[in-house]
Ligand binder design. Structure first.
Ligand code: DOR
Ligand code: ZN
Length: 367
């Protein structure tokens, strides 16, 4: 009989649900892969960068974005977190009022102009001159961080000795931790050994999300034939980095590294002047994570290994974010499952395996 794992429904703690015609099919793809909830990133157009609808700032509010998500099927989730996008207009008062109203549980820092939808963000060095981060710490609001330094020249952005993520985790993150020792931080979509090591050495107030693509692939897989469906930010890195991610998630004592797919739909990946960053893994992320564990040498038929997998996918993240573990379950079975594109009124979304020339995954999922 094929190996099967029955797991609590899980929270995808870093995803992009988008908006408009994409919202409904993407939420459905999250439900289809056993999610009982998500953390939905705010880099919409306009960004979700204020809490209340009646705030006059010209952004979407968390209130409005939550209503859109609920109307498009998000009401089927047990719970979902909608972080607020940090901009030049964010104030400590917004943080305090949002937290007191129970609407604001997290915020998102983007490196200005550093990735898809990051054009409204405000540099960390400037944020540090305000009382915004103090307000996060005081109100127990989690700071979700896209940890890459912005505006670096090409040589420093991605080079043999350094890259934008390493710069951020060497130069910026230690200062943030020193200045705000009780701030809850998630280092999102971690890709480098430097970042993993920092999280391992820091206190329990800092944790990290890991995507399937960063567990499975290296930059070599991207550049060999330029497989642009694997182009996401931060970029997939080197074997040594992937090994650090793998050993962090396989550790039976892991309490800090959890699943967050960064599933980011683009109906048009290759553009006239480059390529949109983002890998879509909606519908198939648990299967890809299982493949990632196996590629790292894990035997998921071993009870202790299966426990580490369950902790990574279903327990560590909700524990960190204060979400209730679901009593419902879903099952992964070691039999291949065919993968399909997700049709939307804005065009098809190509999931990662198809973008890499594979039309199936080696695990199947049933609800
Ligand atoms: O690859 C990425 N895609 N990285 C991000 O930070 C944003 C995301 C998106 O929204 O497409
Ligand atoms: Zn993201």
């Amino acid at each position: 009989m094929a190996l099967s794992l029955t797991l609590p429904k899980w929270y995808d703690l870093h995803t992009h649900l988008r908006q408009g015609a994409l919202l409904k099919p993407i939420i459905q793809s999250q439900l289809d892969m056993g999610c009982c909830g998500v953390l939905a990133m705010p880099n919409t157009k306009p960004p979700a960068a204020k809490v209340f609808k009646d705030d006059p700032l010209a952004y979407w509010s968390i209130e409005e974005y939550r209503a859109m998500i609920n109307a498009a099927g998000g009401d089927q989730f047990d719970d979902f977190i909608t972080p607020m996008y940090l901009t030049k207009d964010t104030t400590p008062q917004m943080i305090e009022d949002g937290a007191k109203a129970g609407l604001l549980r997290a915020v998102k820092y983007y490196p200005p102009h550093g990735t898809t939808g990051a054009d409204f963000s405000y540099p960390l060095v400037d944020l540090l001159k305000t009382d915004v981060i103090k307000a996060l710490e005081d109100n127990n609001v989690t700071m979700c961080i896209h940890g890459e330094e912005h505006a670096l020249p090409g040589e420093a952005y991605f080079d043999r000795e350094t890259n934008a993520e390493e710069f951020f985790y060497r130069e910026r993150m230690p200062r943030l931790l020193d200045a705000f020792p009780n701030l809850k931080i998630v280092g999102e979509h971690m890709t480098t050994k430097v970042a993993v090591d920092l999280v391992l050495q820091a206190g329990d107030n800092i944790a990290a999300s890991i995507t399937p693509q960063h567990l499975i692939y290296t930059v070599g897989h991207l550049v060999q034939g330029f497989k642009y469906h694997l182009f996401c930010l931060p970029l997939v890195k080197f074997d040594e980095d992937r090994a650090a991610l793998r050993s962090a998630v396989l550790d039976p004592n892991n309490t800090k590294f959890f699943a967050g797919t960064d599933s980011a739909a683009h109906t048009v990946k290759a553009t006239d002047c480059g390529c949109a960053a983002g890998c879509f893994t909606g519908g198939i992320a648990p299967q890809l994570y299982a493949e990632g564990f196996e590629a790292a040498g894990a035997d998921l038929s071993d009870a202790q290994t299966a426990k580490a997998f369950e902790a990574f996918l279903c327990r560590i993240g909700p524990n960190f974010h204060g979400l209730k573990i679901s009593e419902d379950t879903f099952t992964l079975t070691k039999t291949p499952q065919k993968v399909y594109k997700t049709p939307t009124d804005d065009g098809d979304i190509t999931p990662l395996p198809i973008g890499l020339g594979h039309d199936s995954v080696s695990w199947s999922l049933s609800l």
